[in-house]
Structures are given as C-alpha cells and as structure tokens.
Design a protein around this ligand. Sequence first.
Ligand code: SF4
Length: 412
Amino acid sequence: MNNKPELLAPAGSFSKAKSAFQYGADAIYCGTGSLSLRSRADVNDEDLKKTIEYAHSIGKKVYTTINIYAPDNMYKDIEKQVKMLKSINVDAIIASDGGVIDLIRDIAPEIPIHISTQANSLSAHSANFWYKNGAKRIILSREMNKEDIKNLINNIPKDLETEMFIHGAICWAYSGRCYLSDYMAGRNANIGDCAQSCRWAYNMYIEEANNPGNIMPVEEDENGTYILSSKDLCLIKEIPEICEMGITSLKIEGRLKSEYYVASIVNAYRNAIDDYYSAPEKYDYKKYLKEIDKVRTRELTTFFFNDKNNRDFQDFSAKQYNQEYEYGGMVQEYNEDKSTVKIGNKLLAGDQLEIIIPHQIKPVEFICDKLWDGETDEEIDHINPGVLGQTVKMHLPIKCNQGYIIRRKKQI
Ligand code: SF4
C-alpha cells in the first residue's frame, strides 16, 4: 500500500485553521493579502504568523497562495509578500504565474513551490516542465480523469509531489479561467475576486423577431434558471482507488466556507482515509457520505474522475440539500455540570443536537434539555444569535474539548 496521503483543508482564518487541524487535516492552505485567488478569504499577516506558529507547534503545515496572474505593476508587492512569508517560515507557496515562480526562486529558494491548479497542469509533460523549473508539487487540473492521473504519476520524477481535489465547488469554466464574474460584477476571478456568478439565477427570455416587445420568459422552475451552476465535487466513494494511486495530498476546496463546514468535511475524509488504511477490505463510503450530506448545499458529482465524457455535473435545480441540519455552536469550555457553548444559530431547550467528534465518524446525539444564558446563568427556553461570540450553557453528554462543533437538527 502507498503512504497515506496528506489531507489538506482550506482555512480562511486562524479559527478555521484550528478547526481543520482539530478535525484531522495534516495541512491547511490560505491566501495572503490581495495576492491570491479568493482574495476575500485571505488572512492578514498577523493571523497568518499565528496560524503557522500554531501549526508547527502541533506538527502540521501551512501553505499560502500567490496564485494570481500578475501584471508587472504588482511585482513589488509580491516581492514584499514573499519576503514576509520567508520570515514566518511558511511551508510552501502555491503559485501559477511563471514570473511569480521565478521571483520566489530568486528571493526565497528555500520555500517549496506548489504549482496551482490555476496553471492547468494536465499532463506529465507539463508536470516535468514545472519540475525542471523548481516545482516541489503539482496540483493537478480538476479536468483530469483517473487514467490521466495514473499516467502522470508514472511519468514524473519520484520526488515530484502530486495533489488533487477530492471535494468542493468546481468551476463552470476551465478551473477558474473565467471572465463571467468580472463581466457581471466587476470582480475578476483571475486575481482572486470571483463572485461565483455562475451560481446565480438567470432569467431568460425569448422575443419573437417579427414581433418586438413580445417577450416570453423561459424558466426551468419557480426558482429560475441556473444554466451555469455546477454540482460540487465529491470523491468519498473513490477514496480507496485514489489512495492506491500514490497521490501525495488530497485537497478540500472552500476557503470561504465556515468552521462548521470545514470541520464536518475534514472529519468525514479523515475517517475515510484512516479507516481505509487500517482495514481496506471493509471500506464502505456510505457512513462518510451520510455526514457529508448534512452540510452539503448542492448536488454532488464525481466530475471527470471516473469518466471524461461525464456530462452530469451541472446543477440546474438550485435545490438546497442541507435542509435538516445546521450549525449549532462551538464548545468554548467544558464543565461536567454546565458547559459553555458559543452559539451559531437559534437554540431551544429540547433541541436535538449532535457533537461532531474528531476522528470518529458517528456524532454523539443528545437532547439539550435545559439552557442557561452564558452571561447571567439564568435558565432560558431559547436563545437567538445576536452579538458576536454570544454564549449559552448546557449539559453535554460527553467530555468535550474546546472547539468541538455542535450541530442542530432543524425543527420542521
Ligand atoms: S464565475 Fe464560476 S466558473 Fe467563473 S471563476 Fe467563478 S466559480 Fe469559476
């Protein structure tokens, strides 16, 4: 069996990074300043320094992105950013522009370079080119199928690492090379500012050419028309096959996602990978998928992994899939009597809750019989999320660490 792959999670803030690590990520990736794709998910320099120090103290890694395609007038800022990243010991920089990569090699040759999926590396030829030009790792293009990936791995140097996406949003365009968001919202996807315009509802009309003004709407259903919206990638069933390929790192997409989402998805894949390595013959994806289902927002697809001719990856319905569960809160302090929980949604005495336990796929379910106000300690029958960081107290059925996430079953 190949070495166990790294599980790589998104983290748009220090607290998301802590959640990702607590629930089993080996490494996280995040943006820096305005120099990465997903610029609205960037962490500031202080937060990043804190994240790296924390990660290293527990034996984990932090990769940062500078995966924009940069015009010349941005290079001064990029140089400053690379020097800063060098000073705080980042574990790798994810980049895609040859000019940026050249600059990193010049001023910080000790920082490993990971070639971003934005560079669209689809072949061993392309991977070998990047290897000769200083790459430590290739992040594979999402448009590859399993045969392409196996072929690539068999035809690259052994010390060139590979990383592939296993879960999360996919682009309607070729891995982010898209001007839709720029056109619709003035937010350029190629410098990290995508507004996800492909997921918006579009009204469509036809007009009879010989009868101007006779406009007839064309709609798929009462929700409108989502002609450009993609399903989300999910390769939980394929984990055994992926582990057997010898990929170095398995990546979850979603730097804008919440702690709740990151923890839930990381925990599902952490358990799936570990269970496969401890008892491959018993691998059954359904229990992991059951957990993924509780947080997903779109239909799921394996995209091109199993079949390059797959056309079933558009989500025309805009149906919401996570109707049954929602984020409840995060344990702040455990106490046998009453524990303090930072709330994430309305909570009511009598609610059916679940504690998501790191490295355990089945959550602990319980009924929250009583609630106390986190400030006054007065018994209450419900609490609404108000001020940021608002807390409540409740009995927890098991000992919990700080940061454990509580999920709430919605009352229909
Ligand atoms: S608008 Fe959609 S397809 Fe275009 S870059 Fe953004 S997410 Fe990708």
